[in-house]
Design a protein around this ligand. Structure first.
Ligand code: PEP
Ligand code: CO
Length: 454
């Protein structure tokens, strides 16, 4: 419902309810849903408006080419992976990648997890059929369970409360680790040296790792206290997720006491997915009114007119750092689909962060039924992304990746040369295939090389 002042409609957190909302679960018990949303609305915010403003100003630097964005984490987080070890190890991979990228680019790296809230998934079909049985699709642990069982696939709103509480405890640990010494640059560098030493593929990056080592020695020789300086053992780490379940997001949307503006306090950055970015749809309406930095996925079907309309709708004041366009075109189509979008946005003078999701349009099924991605396609899409932006004179601002710290076998190729037949060894993805820790570091070093050669 819009609150109306004179004839001008003012955005309120419920405005989206007047629009069609794609990809919402069919909650079987509306009264139970209402109860949960009411409870969520009374719980404390997970993040604070001031933090999201700091992220927005960092993203404004990314848009100008003064920083690089690393957004990474699970496709779908799991309620079964809430242990301290699991959160710490996921964070560790991202921090390791960030050190490589910082050194290679010579720029600060903005670290943004797909973490502490990435519990809801859009699906290509509302139901899944196995033999004669048809059940609701798995929509993320905030909605139902992945197991193909009628009871466990039934959407249960209590799961949104669990998602809230798990996000709160993950964030608590992330804040403690990133400010309490775990993010120490020396330590992260040692982990990277271990990766480099441990495999043939890793040894390709000896030169880069040695350069980082020399820089640390140089700093120490100059009298910089590598252990005492806060900048070297603390990092700012932000969290993000897809703003899919609009009831949940609305319940966590709060008015900032300082500015009077609305912020979705479920995460620092929220993005709208490829399946829910309809211009007149509920998701765009919702995100248009919150003051967080926001992201928008753009697949190969996106047209220049559509992208300009999205910029206008999501960032009418052209506020720096407000809008990140996450392109996911696929290695085969990026060269055809991305340049017209980039030049249209540039010509319109819209200030955006351009970032590359080299995962979602490179997914395919193997003959033996595994959803996978080839590392070489992931590398190829990122390489084209850089080439296209360099040719247009625009800024290739960052990457958006799906990864895990676990030693899974879900994507093909990379340091350990995972083949089709290996996928069954350890395939644990709840939704999309993720890079494992070694593949992630391999990728970071490859992007590092691309950044160094310009
Ligand atoms: C995702 O990021 O997991 C996802 C579903 O992406 P997209 O909306 O780009 O398909
Ligand atoms: Co995904």
């Amino acid at each position: 419902m819009h609150a109306t002042i004179g004839s001008v409609k003012t955005w309120v957190p419920t405005s989206w309810q007047e629009r069609p909302a794609a990809q919402q679960p069919e909650w079987p018990d509306p009264a139970a849903l209402e109860e949960v949303l009411k409870e969520l609305a009374h719980l404390p915010p997970l993040v604070f408006a001031g933090e999201t403003r700091t992220l927005k100003s960092s993203l404004a630097r990314v848009a100008e080419g003064g920083a690089f964005l690393l957004q990474a984490g699970d496709c779908a987080e799991s309620f079964n992976e809430s242990s301290a070890d699991s959160i710490r190890d996921r964070l560790k991979v991202i921090l390791q990648m960030a050190v490589v990228l910082t050194y290679a680019s010579g720029l600060p790296v903005v670290k943004l997890g797909r973490m502490a809230g990435q519990f809801a998934k859009p699906r290509s079909a509302a139901t899944e059929r196995v033999g004669d049985v048809e059940l609701p699709s798995f929509r993320g642990h905030a909605v139902n369970d992945a197991a193909f069982d009628a009871g466990r696939r039934r959407p249960d709103p209590q799961r949104m409360l669990r998602a809230y509480h798990q996000s709160a405890s993950s964030l608590n640990l992330i804040r403690a680790l990133t400010k309490g010494g775990f993010a120490d640059l020396n330590k992260i560098h040692v982990w990277n040296q271990e990766f480099v030493a441990a495999s043939r593929q890793g040894r390709r990056y000896e030169a880069l790792a040695r350069q980082i080592e020399r820089s640390l020695q140089f700093m120490a020789a100059c009298g910089i206290d590598l252990h005492g300086d806060r900048a070297l053992h603390e990092v700012d780490f932000y969290v993000s997720h897809e703003a899919l379940l609009l009831g949940f997001e609305q319940a966590l949307t709060r008015q900032d006491s300082l500015t009077g503006d609305w912020y979705d306090c479920s995460a620092h950055l929220l993005w709208v997915g490829e399946r829910t970015r309809q211009l007149d749809g509920a998701h765009i309406e919702f995100l248009s009114g919150v003051h967080n930095p926001i992201g928008c996925k753009l697949g190969p079907g996106a047209t220049p007119d559509e992208v300009l309309a999205l910029c206008e709708r999501l960032n009418p004041d052209n506020e720096p750092g407000r809008l990140t366009l996450i392109t996911r075109m696929g290695a085969k189509r990026i060269e055809e689909r991305l340049p017209p979008l980039v030049s249209a946005v540039k010509e319109a003078g819209a200030g955006v962060v351009w970032t590359c999701d080299p995962m979602h349009a490179n997914t395919f099924m193997t003959p033996n039924g595994f959803k996978t991605r080839r590392l070489e396609d992931v590398f190829a899409e990122i390489r084209s992304f850089f080439t296209i932006h360099h040719a247009e004179g625009t800024v290739p601002g960052g990457v958006h990746l799906e990864l895990t710290h676990e030693n899974v076998t879900e994507c093909l190729g990379g340091a350990e040369e995972i083949f089709d037949v290996d996928l069954a060894n350890r395939y644990e993805a709840l939704c999309d295939p993720r890079l494992n820790a070694r593949q992630s570091l391999d990728l970071a070093f490859q992007i590092g090389e691309m950044l160094q050669t310009g």
